[in-house]
Every structure is written in structure tokens, then in C-alpha cells.
Design a binder for this molecule. Structure first.
Ligand SMILES: [Zn+2]
Length: 67
């Protein structure tokens, strides 16, 4: 995979995360299953997960460093 492909994939993953976080239905790019979104209060690591375990995006939340 070259650099341009990598950047394109990163952008797609980012857009999947954004949509899922907004409550939109997003589907697994690999198997087409509806992805599950876990938010900060879900008790799990926040992220987007495929029920078939072939795709996942973990969301790294910004830590509070603004003090
Ligand atoms: Zn999948």
C-alpha cells in the first residue's frame, strides 16, 4: 500500500467514525454488516466495531490537557 492509499483509507475510517458518532448507520467496509458504535459512557473502549469482528476502529479521545 502506498502513501496516497493509506491517507485515503485513513480519511474513510475517519468519516465512518464521524457518522457513527452522530448516530448514523454505517456499514462495515469489509462485510457490509451494520457497525456498532460504543461511546464514552458505554463502559467499553470507545470505537466502531463490526459484529463479525473483521473491522474495528478505536477512538482515541483527547485527554484533558487544557489546564
Ligand atoms: Zn464486517
Amino acid at each position: 500500500m502506498n502513501n496516497a492509499d493509506f491517507l485515503k483509507e485513513m480519511r474513510e475510517i475517519q468519516s465512518i467514525c464521524d457518522k457513527a458518532a452522530n448516530g448514523e448507520n454505517v456499514f462495515c467496509p469489509k462485510c457490509g454488516e451494520l457497525l456498532q458504535f460504543f461511546g464514552v459512557d458505554s463502559g467499553k473502549h470507545p470505537g466502531v466495531f463490526c459484529p463479525n469482528n473483521d473491522f474495528q476502529v478505536l477512538i482515541n479521545l483527547k485527554t484533558k490537557e487544557d489546564r
